[in-house]
Design a protein around this ligand. Structure first.
Ligand code: ADP
Length: 262
């Protein structure tokens, strides 16, 4: 089930991405309405990170295209913020927490322009929002996993973007940080922003997201949570993965979510 929408904020057409001639994302075709909190789920290696990077134009694509706000990526780059997977960041890079957040402002500047007082104030406000202002002068390598993640979210907030792409923002963070991050994302959604989150826990996915993309090299489904959380779609996404099916059984029991038998 792939629900196509009118006036999408993000649209993807026949998008195929290959590494070394081996397709890892195949013919993705979907559209997403503005203002949604979109969860992207699927097994390891399904192509979730690849999908985010391809939508943002960060990696070469084999065929197809994506559009954001009905524009080509170049025109809207400054309206897009990205929180990469924690593992892909060089935490030994010699920089402080405040430096990282201020980097979020450079996309708004013309080339070689320096940050002004307003930019610095926006960076400070972003750090306040993620409750990391006390750590402003710390080196980023000296933070816990949850704190590092919050700093990168502050950098995304400082960008004042329209669309946020977050790759596993909850991985390796404690429950308190996860809760803090979810609250920030909900606030962004309240402000009319659209948020994409790569996520691996189906149970919390049901609490966090109102739109879901199920991915396993191909798009298995994309649509409102209540329409795509079906046994058939879960099985098509995860196949016979036992632990995942157990997790799904647990979800049935605990939430008694109205899963549609198909
Ligand atoms: P997911 O985020 O769902 O775990 P990825 O998008 O990271 O999946 O990866 C999809 C597939 O592409 C995996 O098989 C992975 O090994 C492969 N892959 C990812 N990045 C590269 C790369 N830079 N070079 C070659 N293969 C890659």
């Amino acid at each position: 089930m792939i629900k196509q929408v009118k006036n999408p904020i993000v649209e993807v057409h026949d998008l195929t991405v290959a590494y070394d001639n081996k397709p890892v994302l195949w013919n993705a075709d979907f559209s997403i309405p503005k203002g949604k909190m979109v969860g992207i789920v699927g097994p390891n290696g399904a192509g979730k990170s690849t999908l985010l990077k391809a939508i943002m134009g960060l990696i070469p694509i084999a065929s197809g295209f994506s559009k954001i706000l009905n524009e080509n990526l170049k025109q809207v780059r400054h309206k897009v913020a990205y929180v990469p997977q924690k593992e892909s960041v060089d935490w030994d890079f010699p920089t402080t927490v405040l430096d990282v957040v201020e980097m979020g402002r450079y996309g708004k500047k013309s080339l070689f322009k320096r940050l002004n007082r307003e930019d610095k104030q926006i960076a400070v406000e972003a750090l306040k929002k993620v409750k990391m202002l006390d750590f402003a002068d710390r080196h980023i390598s000296e933070l816990s996993g949850g704190q590092q993640q919050r700093v990168f979210i502050a950098r995304a907030l400082a960008q004042e973007a329209e669309i946020y792409f977050m790759d596993e923002p909850f991985s390796g963070v404690d429950m308190a940080s996860e809760k803090a991050i979810v609250d920030i994302l909900l606030q962004l959604q309240e402000d009319g922003k659209t948020i994409f989150v790569v996520h691996h826990d189906l149970q919390s996915a049901m609490d966090y997201f109102d739109w879901m993309i199920f991915l396993n090299t191909r798009i298995v489904a994309s649509g409102p949570l209540s329409e795509v959380f079906t046994t058939e779609i879960l099985q098509n996404t995860y196949g016979g993965n036992l632990s995942m099916l157990e997790q799904i059984g647990q979800i049935y029991k605990e939430k008694q979510f109205p899963i549609r038998e198909s």
